[in-house]
Each structure stands twice: as C-alpha cells, then as structure tokens.
Design a protein around this ligand. Structure first.
Ligand SMILES: *Cc1c(COP(=O)(O)O)cnc(C)c1O
Length: 391
C-alpha cells in the first residue's frame, strides 16, 4: 500500500475499473508541466492564491507565549481550502475528456465547491445528498442549483451521507464513459488520497516561503484540524522532511472522548476499511462503523485519510482533539481579538494553538491553518449559546 500499512483500493470490480482509469490519468498528468501550469493559473487567478500568512499580534500578546501566525485559507474564493482540490480534480476530469462531475455531500460544503468548479469549467454536475441533509441545508442546495448543478435527494436508508455515497457510486459505475467522481477530502481508494494531497500541498509550500520572509526560519509548529484530513495534509506535507517542525492534527472530540458523541478517529479509532481504503476507523464492538458527532459538519467523519494513519504510526505527526466547547470558545476569542471569524472546523485547530502557545517561550512560532471562514457557522454558534437568530 502507498502509506505503510494504510491506503489501497478495497473496491468491487466495477468501481475498481473506474478508479484505475483515474489512477492512470493522474499518473499521466501529475508531472505534466502544462497541467501544472493550468492548475496554478486557476489557483492564482480564480481562487486568489497565495493566501496570506497573517501574524496574529493581538492573540500572541494576549496569550503571552509563542508567536501565532494564521494561514488564511478562509480568504480563498468560496471561503475555504476546498477550492484547491476541486479545481485540481475538475481540471484532471477535463483532460480525461469527461463531461460531468459527480460528488456526494453531507452539509453541502463539498457540493457547493464541486458545483463551483463545474460552473467555471462548463461541465455538468450532479450532487448526491441524503434527503434529510437536503432539508437541513436548503441554502447550500439552492447555491448548488444556482451554479447549475442537479441535486439528487437520496431517499434510501437513513437518508444521510452514507446513502449519498452509495447512490453517487452507483450512478458513476453506470456512466463511466462521461463522468468523473470528485472526492472532497484526502480519503477513498488510491489514488485519491495522494492526488488530493498533491492539490492541497500548495498550502504548506506557501507557508514555508512566507515564514522565511516573516521570520527567516522554519516554524516550530504547524497545526491544522482533521476531518478527512485534506487541509491538514496540505499544510503538513512540505514540512515532513523538516524534523524540527512539529506537526499537530486536531480532531473533534465533540461532547467528550468519554461519551459516544465525538469524531476522534485518530485518538480512538482502530485499523479497518472504509470507503475503499485501509485506515483508522471508529468502530463499534460488533465491528460496525460508529455513528459520529461534532458541532462541526466538516470534522464529522468516522474515518480519516490513510496518510494520517501512517504519519501517526511513524510518529511524525501528533494527533490531539478539541471539544465543541473549546472550539466555540476559540471561535469567539479569535473573532474578538483579530476580527477574523473562523470556520468552526478551523476553530478546533485554533483551540489547540491557544492551549499550546501559553506554555511556550516567546521565541517559538506556531502556524495555524485557518482552513475556512465562519460565516456559514454564525447562526449555529448563536444557537449553541442559546440565541435563536431568525432571518
Ligand atoms: C471540509 C472542511 C474541513 C474538513 O475537511 P479536511 O479534509 O479534513 O480538511 C475543515 N475545514 C473547513 C473550513 C472545511 O470546509
């Protein structure tokens, strides 16, 4: 397997055939200078890269310890790091001669990002979404429709993400000729985890250059939140050979690791198979995949990218967790101190940075990957605090 004991392609034959085609195309184009140039063009001119590396001086001063810098993925077009990956995969799909992008979405963030790339590149787009999620996420459904996507409301089973994945895969296997399956994180069968990492590694490459200009050295810590793990692997990857840089992934411990309501896959998961890959998975005693919970829809996943399982095993990255309450406090604190409203996903990474910075001397430097902006979360945070905002 690609990542030590993790990764692979655990799939039924009809889907394996489709994945092999993606693998061939990815191997053909990943080092092609014209493909790389085209991807860079869209990252710079459409997504708005490079994103800023901002010195959070008020946060730093208030906490009284290490210097904190924020990598501002929240400033990207559509408000998060997700745009990097969808542009990469959509451009690859075009090179393969595909006319249609297909994806599943839970809370709708990946659906909106995919529909955006499809609108930009003039491709058809079909987003599969559980019927319950369609109801809960009416605004994102409407955005996808405005962007020209067809949203399929999946009525099977529990009518949420799992059924949406199954439905999208069935459609894909019936339309292989024209369709590309666009995965939203560094997960799934090979080559997706590696491909998504390669489309996201620009984050870490930029951090390294920008930190050189700002401080003339490498950072001491890079911290990122981990759902499937794409923003984290993007921020970490370029630093893996730099042994002095400590890398920390922060997952969601929801209502607490002692409860059943969390999504702490790295902390409490076991080796197992999910979505075509061998990785760490949250499992019940009978071997079923556990239901997961987090205040943050983006971190609410019972698996994790296989490269993270590997980096944990070789002890290159440390994985910790932050609770809902810690994330909400960090969300409020960063907003108040710096005038930056972070995504609730990113707030988990901020929460850990706050804890850590206080314990470190002033010459240490922490970079937090601010994976997205929090506009989408404001209403939900208000509700968490007992306010009901009606608009
Ligand atoms: C989707 C999302 C995440 C979680 O996905 P990863 O693949 O783990 O990065 C984190 N932050 C934001 C803002 C997101 O939209």
């Amino acid at each position: 397997m690609e990542f030590g004991n993790f990764g692979g392609q655990f799939l039924p034959p009809h889907i394996l055939k489709a994945v092999k085609e993606v693998e061939d195309a990815y191997n053909k184009y990943k080092d092609d200078p014209l493909f790389i140039e085209e991807f860079k063009y869209y990252l710079n001119h459409y997504a708005g890269r490079p994103s800023n590396l901002y010195f959070a001086s008020h946060l730093t001063e208030d906490l009284g310890g290490a210097k904190i810098y924020l990598k501002r993925e929240d400033l990207n077009h559509t408000g998060s790091h997700k745009i990097n990956n969808v542009l990469g995969q959509a451009l690859l799909a075009k090179r393969m001669g595909k006319k249609k992008l297909i994806a599943e979405t839970g809370a709708g963030q990946h659906g909106v990002a995919t529909a955006t790339a499809a609108a930009l590149l003039n491709m058809e787009c079909e987003i599969h979404m559980g019927a319950i999620d369609v109801e809960k996420q009416a605004l994102n459904v409407y955005k996808m429709q405005l962007l020209g996507a067809k949203v399929i409301s999946v009525q099977d089973g529990l009518k949420t993400l799992k059924e949406a994945v199954d439905s999208a895969l069935i459609t894909w296997s019936n339309e292989l000729e024209d369709t590309f399956y666009l995965i939203g994180s560094a997960v799934g069968p090979s080559p997706y985890p590696m491909m998504v990492r390669d489309f996201q590694k620009v984050i870490g490459i930029e951090i390294k250059e920008q930190m050189q200009l700002a401080e003339g050295k490498l950072p001491d810590y890079v911290i990122a939140c981990v759902g499937g793990g794409s923003n984290a692997i993007g921020a970490f990857y370029d630093f893996i050979p730099d042994k002095s840089v400590k890398l920390i992934g922060v997952e969601a411990s929801g209502k607490g690791l002692h409860t059943k309501e969390h999504a702490a896959t790295m902390t409490l998961g076991k080796k197992g198979i999910i979505h075509g890959m061998m990785t760490k998975v949250l499992l019940e005693d009978n071997g079923d995949i556990s239901p997961v919970y987090s205040i943050s829809a983006g971190l609410d996943y019972p698996g994790v990218g296989p490269e993270h399982a590997y980096l944990d095993e070789i002890k290159r990255v440390t994985y910790v967790a932050a609770t809902d309450e810690e994330a909400v406090e960090a969300f409020e604190y960063l907003t108040l101190m710096e005038g930056i409203i972070p995504a609730i996903e990113s707030s988990h990474a901020v929460a850990h940075a706050i804890k850590l910075a206080k314990t470190l001397p002033k010459d240490q430097v922490i970079v937090v990957n601010l994976s997205g902006r929090g506009d989408k979360d404001v209403k939900h945070i208000a509700r968490y605090r007992g306010l009901n905002i009606v608009d």
